[in-house]
Design a protein around this ligand. Sequence first.
Ligand code: ZN
Length: 139
Amino acid sequence: MHELSIAQHLVEIATEAARDAGARRVTRVGIRVGELSCVHREALEFCFDIVTKGTLLEGAELTIEEIPVEVYCPSCDRVSRLESIQRFRCARCGQATADIRRGRELELDSLEVDGGEESVGVTPDSLDDRPVQLPAESS
Ligand SMILES: [Zn+2]
């Protein structure tokens, strides 16, 4: 199950980040999910509840921000929001384009741990090989 492995990755990344931040518990995990990432929201929430059991993330809230698809049109030289993921066309002139600029995201956006908030930036690809970068600033 696709969502199950995503949820497991999220737990791994978040656990690592929380440990680095010296937190004992994660209270909220915020992720950004592009329309094209093929992630089923309810399935992910369901899996998240299961895989977080017995981890630092147990009981944490999962917030999912959905990112619409945006494509670049060379004719118009602009990025526009896709009206339907069935049709990869410029919303302005209708030209077919496969130059996707947004919508494939699958990234950890924020992490709330006990004793403050830490922002964690993870790029879509790195969700697989999970290098976690904590920004220098911390509250
Ligand atoms: Zn166009």
